[in-house]
Design a protein around this ligand. Structure first.
Ligand SMILES: NC(=O)c1ccc[n+]([C@@H]2O[C@H](COP(=O)([O-])OP(=O)(O)OC[C@H]3O[C@@H](n4cnc5c(N)ncnc54)[C@H](OP(=O)(O)O)[C@@H]3O)[C@@H](O)[C@H]2O)c1
Length: 258
């Protein structure tokens, strides 16, 4: 890290954000850029990433777009190699891409089960595998680095018909707790962020009628979180003193009860 100032505490650092084409990832990329990080944004939609990079530049930040499907390990490794070659490595990884496709288990929607497992578990691991060597180096050389994984309140709470999604997020939370003990002594803080309902594109992929109705009803009874609410929390985690590691952060709409 180079010069630190109160408004740009991440100046000189490199932050990689997956799932940055929309929602939480997009907002977090903008937040981390506003804190001074050189942000590398990953997702599959090149046009959305290009717009994001332009917006960050207009606001005085720096960003690089890499079009990658997280489920493709070779593409993720190539992205990590590119970050190392061009920017010297990553200091903060926000491992955030995910998909939620609820359905009653008896419908045997095996294609949807697989999509969730492929991205939320296998894709998450591809990203961790490719970038962890750089994070460990940053942690050891600079005293602190961050691995923040996006989990969900579904990791802990019970939502009928969300079993597969919830299982993938329980994996993310439990994995993060384990990795913290492996990587913390090497200077890498590992956190799982567990949001309640956030208004993003996530809900637009849902095809199950019951889940769509449940989500619509919930909109009537509460103010959903915004992606910016979660992004502020990511910024908070990333700017804590190096000795402080929030292991899990659960962030809920005030009126959400489960
Ligand atoms: N919204 C909520 O209520 C909520 C609550 C708790 C947890 N979460 C979690 O928050 C994370 C972000 O979701 P979001 O709510 O911001 O939803 P979102 O707007 O749908 O964002 C998902 C992101 O993942 C990317 N993505 C999808 N498939 C991908 C793939 N195969 N490879 C690489 N990138 C892929 C998408 O971009 P491309 O399509 O361009 O690839 C997009 O940028 C997810 O892990 C989700 O489970 C969300």
């Amino acid at each position: 890290m180079s010069t630190l100032t109160p408004t740009t505490p991440l100046q000189g650092g490199v932050a990689v954000v997956t799932g940055a084409a929309s929602g939480i990832g997009e907002a977090a990329a903008e937040k981390l850029a506003s804190l001074g990080a050189h942000v590398v944004v990953l997702a599959r939609r090149a046009d959305r990433l290009r717009d994001l990079v332009e917006r960050i530049a207009e606001n005085g930040g720096t960003a690089l777009a890499l079009t990658v499907a997280d489920s493709d390990p070779a593409a993720v490794q190539a992205a990590a190699d590119g970050v190392e070659a061009e920017l010297g490595g990553v200091d903060l990884l926000f491992n955030n891409a995910g998909v939620m496709l609820p359905a009653p288990i008896e419908e045997r929607a095996a294609g949807q089960w697989q999509r969730q497992i492929d991205l939320n578990v296998t894709g998450l691991m591809n990203v961790i595998g490719a970038f962890t060597p750089q994070l460990v180096r940053a942690g050891q050389e600079r005293g602190v680095a961050d691995l923040i994984n996006t989990s969900s309140i579904a990791a802990r709470n019970i939502f009928p018909n969300f079993a597969v999604y919830s299982g993938t997020k329980a994996y993310v939370t439990h994995l993060s707790r384990h990795l913290r003990t492996e990587l913390g002594p090497k200077g890498v803080r590992v956190s799982a962020i567990e949001p309640g309902i956030v208004g993003t594109e996530l809900q637009s992929h849902v095809t199950d009628r019951g889940a769509i109705d449940w989500l619509e009803d919930s909109k009537e009874s509460m103010d959903w979180l915004t992606p910016q609410d979660v992004a502020e929390t990511i910024g908070f985690l990333a700017t804590l003193p190096p000795r402080v590691n929030l292991q899990q952060v659960t962030i809920m709409p005030t009126a959400q009860t489960a």
